[in-house]
Structure formats: structure tokens, C-alpha cells
Design a protein around this ligand. Structure first.
Ligand code: PEP
Length: 257
């Protein structure tokens, strides 16, 4: 299975800055066979960056999109209109769930919409600090996982990526606690066990599961070494070229070792 290194630029960089940054990355990132490098810029930049990027080196993800194909949904961007522009779309990122009130029902519709248009959904799941303290991690993860996947046919399950992002470990929300590799191990195991029990062992083994939350060059190797982790979703550190490129380099070395 490939290792995914995905940079979520969130609401940062103008279109000009995004283009300059992508240019810089393209100059430094080789074309890897076993590492899939992806960046998720703002929706506004996607069209122009799709013309600029060399997809064998860096692919694009949308940070969000709407499930309906068209209609009276002021301010939204249809998954349908991203076809051919992006290969991936983040779905159910914790900022979408907790700041914009996205429900599991919304998330499920977006996962299904992405698949309808040949876009790989990256379904994000993760518990909040309060849920963790209340020992609700397992039930929250199971609900978000199965809730997000419940409209996906068995045949399409190999076109989905799961990202475990504990909300308490995401930087940019004040005091983020760094997750220990053992915390990640526990939940990644739970995700695969849940997929195996609900679908099949084969499906559970074949779905890529990523980790995200305060990933940096200093901890990337430790997370990538957790069994069953197939890559990283990186927010803050993906905005710094030396960090993002450093993490790609670490991924390369971790795979080889
Ligand atoms: C994210 O929001 O997807 C994320 C992982 O952010 P950060 O790396 O900044 O914690």
C-alpha cells in the first residue's frame, strides 16, 4: 500500500501565494512510486493549481465540498464541479464538524457524492477532549466511521481513505496535546477491527488509515511506525516548506527501513 502525505492548508495562502508555494514544492518533490503527496489548498485556488501541478508528483485535494450536484445552496461548491480538478476531498474534518456543525448525515452524503464523481473521500474521524475524558472515544469513532460509510457500497470501500484526527491533538485550537503513538495505535486498531467486523477482514486491511494531529518532522517517524498507519494528514506544518518536505523525506526513509 502507498504511504499518503497530505497537507491541509486550511484557510491560508492567497491564490498567488498558493501558486508560489506549489511551485516551490514541485521543484523539490520527486515523483515517488510508493508515496502519494497531496495538498489541499483553498477551494478558490484549486482550478488554477490543477493546471499548474504535475500530478505524478503532487495531487490535489479539496478541503470540503457540498453533496448536492447543483441547486440553491448559496456559497457552496458542488463535489460535481471538482471532478477532474482534484483526486481527493477531505470529508468531515473536525473543523467542519465542530465549527460548521456538520453531522454524520452530512458527512455520509459527502462521502457518497465524492465517490459518484470519482473523487477519493478522506473521511476524518476523531474524538474531542471531553469525549476522550468521558471514555467515549471508541463509540464516537465507531459512530463517525460507520455513519460516514453507511451509503458506500462494498465495492466502493476500497476507494475510501480514513484519517484518524483526535480533535484534542490538532494544533491551531489553543492547547493541543501531542498524541502518543500508543494513543494512535489503539484507535487505528479499533478502526480496522470495526471495519473487519462490519465488512470483512480484507476490506479492513485494504483501506488506508492515516493519522493527523500536530504532525511535525520531530514526530512523523514515530507515527508512521505505528502498525496500520498508512500516512499522515498535516495541517500547520504543511504550510512550512522545510517541514512538509522533511516529513516526505522521513516517510521515504521509514518505508525503506
Ligand atoms: C488538521 O487539521 O488536519 C491537522 C492535522 O492540523 P495540525 O497538523 O495543525 O494539527
Amino acid at each position: 500500500m502507498k504511504t499518503y502525505i497530505i497537507g491541509n492548508w486550511k484557510m491560508n495562502f492567497s491564490t498567488g501565494e498558493s501558486s508560489l508555494y506549489l511551485h516551490k514544492l514541485l521543484n523539490k518533490v520527486p515523483s515517488y512510486r510508493d508515496i502519494e503527496v497531496v495538498v489541499a489548498p483553498s477551494t478558490l485556488s484549486l482550478q488554477s493549481l490543477s493546471l499548474q501541478t504535475e500530478r505524478r508528483k503532487i495531487k490535489l485535494a479539496a478541503q470540503n465540498a457540498y453533496a448536492a450536484d447543483y441547486g440553491a445552496f448559496t456559497g457552496e461548491t458542488a463535489m460535481a464541479s471538482l471532478r477532474g480538478i482534484v483526486n481527493y476531498c477531505l470529508v468531515g474534518h473536525s473543523e467542519r464538524r465542530h465549527i460548521f456543525g456538520e453531522s454524520d448525515k452530512d458527512v455520509r452524503a459527502k462521502v457518497a457524492a465524492a465517490l459518484r464523481f470519482g473523487i477519493t473521500p478522506i473521511l476524518c474521524v476523531g474524538e474531542t477532549e471531553i469525549e476522550r475524558d468521558m471514555k467515549e472515544t471508541a463509540s464516537v469513532i465507531k459512530d463517525q466511521l460507520l455513519g460516514g460509510l453507511s451509503d458506500v457500497s462494498k465495492e466502493d470501500l476500497d476507494k475510501v481513505i480514513i484519517a484518524y484526527e483526535p480533535v484534542w491533538a490538532i494544533s491551531g485550537h489553543g492547547k493541543a496535546t501531542i498524541a502518543k503513538p500508543s494513543d494512535v495505535d489503539e484507535v487505528v486498531k479499533l478502526i480496522r477491527e470495526t471495519l473487519a467486523a462490519t465488512y470483512s477482514k480484507k476490506i479492513a486491511e485494504n483501506i488506508p488509515v492515516l493519522y493527523g494531529g500536530s504532525v511535525k518532522t520531530t514526530n512523523a517517524a514515530a507515527y508512521l511506525s505505528v502498525p496500520g498507519v498508512n500516512g499522515l494528514l498535516i495541517g500547520g506544518a504543511s504550510l512550512i516548506a522545510s517541514e512538509f518536505l522533511g516529513i516526505i523525506d522521513i516517510a521515504k526513509r521509514t518505508i525503506v527501513e
